[in-house]
Design a protein around this ligand. Structure first.
Ligand code: C5P
Length: 511
């Protein structure tokens, strides 16, 4: 997908992601700005609305996933008289007006939470943007659909102001207490659903330019957007980072370097070989020790990006996680592994065929981060050990911020995993494992780290808070002796949630 989200170098136009909550003005402002700049425009919300409208007509509930996904083939966006993809066709009839009904408003956010539907619409949206010189409006364009967009804008306004605008649009009196209150309640409900969904929640991309429009007249916001795009075009043409890029993680130079790479898409399915490797690893591990798996594996998303994050105390950890989770998930787990691993007998062979991507440690950080991000942006499962290296004594060590940064930038849910007592079976510094005993892998509830930092937290503080939240969750799944530097976080978390004991009473889901 990476190639579809890049700017079209021939016509000098950019791919602009324009996200924001309901009634923030994305559609109207985006369309007007596109007209002024000679850009194409597409409103992706129409796709979700069209599917919802059809689902209502056919009495298909949001839980009937396969039925919803089938509707995608019947929906089409067509250009209006100004060339904007703003008309909705269903089986050839124009239903643009119908998809904006209150009935659709009320149902659309429940429908758009369905991960499989989002996955089915993903390539459609990317294909529409592929030719470049386009503004793409939506909720997850900068974070999921086009994470490499040349420019990301997030339009925002207070919920009260957005409700007022929506009331005016609907021809209601924005100051009429009952009508305005009803619109406000409905908008709040939809925002909440869009922000809290596990896949592609509404939030600004880490590198988005946020424009708050409360006090603006419509024309002011259009002018701001036109100016922002103009600035980015000029910066891009001059081959230097735009103001937006300066001081941010992904600089213009890096972005251009990435543009030059013709990257093959990353595979997400399971090959027979991966199944065999997982089965073989399970056989070997079971011959050495008893492995117990606890936690709700069914809560791990079956589609979309997911980060699996585990403590690291032994060479046995990746073997156990890969061997037991791969068949249960039915998805390929991607790993970043030091490239020396590939030279080892057996382990090297397993790595090569088991979804490991070699990383050169001497130049690793930026390259590894970029690769990890691409794995998630393309909707796959990534396994990480946030501590970076194996713990010398089996207890948690201070984690690096990489895993949390990935979660914050991609919006991917993170599944905390504790592998307990693997250090006793195969301690660091020992060539071979010690047979006997038991190793327990505990899988926690998926976390959305994007919900952790309070609004307005700066990036560094946000990373730190998200890392502590994640490591606290892993620590809570480990026995006391392995909680190490996160022992306090674990205890705090348990107190805060007045949870049941961290382990020992969880449902065993497999041995
Ligand atoms: O933008 P609009 O209000 O027309 O979008 C309708 C709904 O479609 C949103 O509330 C959201 O649930 C969904 N949507 C989405 N992702 C997008 C665009 C819209 O989930 N990219």
């Amino acid at each position: 997908m990476a190639s579809s989200s890049r700017r079209n170098r021939d016509d000098g136009g950019l791919i602009v992601a324009l996200d924001g909550p309901g009634s923030s003005g994305k559609s109207s402002v985006g369309a007007a700005a596109a007209l002024e700049l000679g850009y194409r425009f597409v409103d992706t919300g129409l796709l979700y609305r069209a599917v919802t409208w059809l689902a209502i007509r056919r009495a298909i509930a949001a839980e009937e996933v396969a039925g919803l996904v089938e509707l995608v083939a019947e929906v089409e966006l067509a250009p209006d008289d100004q060339g904007r993809l703003a008309r909705v066709l269903v089986d050839g009839s124009d239903v643009t007006e119908e998809v904006h009904s209150e009935e659709v408003d009320a149902r659309v956010s429940a429908v758009s939470r369905v991960a499989e539907l989002r996955a089915a619409l993903l390539e459609r949206q990317r294909a529409m943007a592929a030719a470049g010189r386009i503004i793409v409006a939506g909720r997850d364009i900068g974070t999921v659909v086009l994470p490499d967009a040349s420019l990301k804008i997030y339009l925002d306004a207070s919920v009260e102001e957005r409700a007022r605008r929506r009331a005016v649009e609907r021809g209601l009196d924005p100051d009429g207490p009952e009508e305005a209150a009803a619109v406000l309640v409905e908008l709040r409900r939809r925002d909440e659903l869009d922000r809290t969904r596990p896949v592609a929640p509404l939030r600004p991309a880490a590198d988005a330019r946020i424009l708050v429009t409360d006090r603006n007249a419509f024309e002011d916001t259009v002018a701001m957007v036109v100016e922002t795009i103009g600035e980015a075009e000029a910066a891009d043409a001059a081959g230097r980072p735009s103001r937006r890029d300066a001081g941010r993680g992904v600089g213009g130079a890096e972005r251009r370097g990435r543009d030059r790479l013709a990257e093959a898409p990353i595979e997400g399915g399971l090959t027979p070989l991966i199944r065999i490797v997982a089965w073989g690893a399970r056989l070997i591990a079971s011959a050495v020790t008893r492995v117990r798996v606890e936690g709700d594996l069914g809560a791990i998303p079956r589609v979309g990006p997911v980060i699996l994050a585990a403590n690291h105390a032994s060479n046995a950890d990746p073997v156990i996680v890969g061997a037991w989770l791969t068949p249960r998930l039915g998805r390929r787990i991607h790993w970043l592994g030091k490239k020396e691993l590939f030279d080892w007998p057996i382990v090297g062979w397993m790595a090569r065929h088991g979804g490991v991507h070699p990383v050169d440690r001497s130049t690793a950080d930026l390259e590894a981060f970029r690769l990890a991000r691409r794995i998630l942006d393309e909707g796959h499962v990534l396994m990480v050990f946030p501590e970076g290296t194996r713990s010398p004594d089996g207890a948690l060590q201070e984690a690096k911020d990489g895993a949390a940064m990935l979660a914050l930038r991609t919006g991917a849910p993170v599944v905390p995993i504790a592998v307990a007592d693997s250090d006793r079976r195969w301690p660091k510094g020992h060539l071979l494992p010690r047979p006997g005993g038991r190793v327990t892998m505990r899988v926690g509830e998926p976390l959305l780290l994007t919900d952790v930092p309070p609004e307005g937290a700066d990036r560094k503080a946000a990373k730190g808070m998200a890392t502590r939240r994640l490591m606290g969750a892993i620590a809570a799944l480990l026995p006391d002796r392995q909680r190490g530097v996160y022992a306090t976080d674990a205890v705090d978390r348990l107190h805060a949630e007045t949870a049941t004991p961290p382990h020992g009473d969880r449902r065993a889901t497999g041995v």
